[in-house]
Design a binder for this molecule. Structure first.
Ligand code: SAM
Length: 230
């Protein structure tokens, strides 16, 4: 998998790949990353990338020329590239998107800044337009990283233990059951006794019940989808 980021602030993104699982994925050639800065594609002498909004309105927008030029260049060099625009005005990014996109060869994340990106760029290039939640961030870098991280874990061999993927939250429309480690008693707080008896069928059954209760409590929207399917 290749991730390309179109961003004014490369270092906000690159540092995330300098540790842990994603660093290892790069070292093992499962993942590669590269960057384009729209400022390098400007045709005005001050390297300006933002301008006032047509029709008025508070704040500045990334205007079309540098973005069209950078995206045209990427497309020409990488005909297989798939373009993703993070924006609060997109459809919610969810786990099935992470799994689906993990099968692509090359994803390009186009990071907005200021009040966002001129819509003509999104209309021309956006293969998909995603929001990572109902709040507004200062830029698309964090949103792109959130999606990249979630996608990366679903690329084969990126995680040490792939079995963990199948019991995680959002599989089967449920949140994961509470988890416990050692010791069995910590400052008077006990691990549920069934977890310590080694009967795996009973543990699985208890975990399923806990998973359903947790989902019902924290995510009634997910739980009603789960109920409808079972
Ligand atoms: N004016 C825009 C609106 O109200 O929809 C918000 C622009 S935001 C300040 C600047 C950039 O941050 C966006 O272009 C997008 O790239 C990114 N961004 C902010 N919130 C986001 C979210 N919830 N999901 C995905 N991207 C987001």
């Amino acid at each position: 998998m290749r991730f390309t980021y179109v961003t004014l602030f490369e270092s906000l993104i690159s540092s995330y790949f300098e540790d842990s699982i994603l660093k290892r994925a790069i070292q093992n050639n499962l993942l590669s990353i590269n960057f384009y800065n729209p400022r390098d594609f400007t045709k005005n002498k001050h390297g300006k990338v933002d301008d006032y909004q047509a029709g008025g309105g508070a704040g500045l927008l990334l205007f079309p020329q540098p973005l069209f030029d950078v995206l045209d260049t990427i497309k020409k060099e990488n005909p297989d590239a798939y373009f993703i625009f993070p924006t609060p005005a997109g459809k919610p990014f969810v786990q099935i998107d992470a799994k689906r996109l993990a099968k692509k060869e090359h994803l390009v994340f186009v990071c907005g800044r200021y009040e966002g990106i001129d819509e003509r760029v999104i209309e021309t290039y956006g293969d998909e337009v995603f929001s990572i939640g109902d709040y507004v961030l200062t830029g698309g870098e964090l949103a792109s990283l959130v999606m990249s991280d979630a996608i990366s874990r679903n690329i084969q061999n990126v995680l040490g233990n792939e079995a963990s993927l199948s019991v995680e939250s959002f599989e089967n429309e449920l949140l994961e059951a509470p988890s416990f480690s050692k010791p069995p008693i910590y400052e008077d707080k006990l691990v549920p006794s069934e977890f310590l008896k080694g009967n795996h069928a009973k543990i699985t059954s208890l975990k399923n019940k806990m998973s359903e209760s947790k989902t019902k409590y924290f995510r009634p929207d997910l739980f009603s989808r789960f109920n409808a399917r079972h």
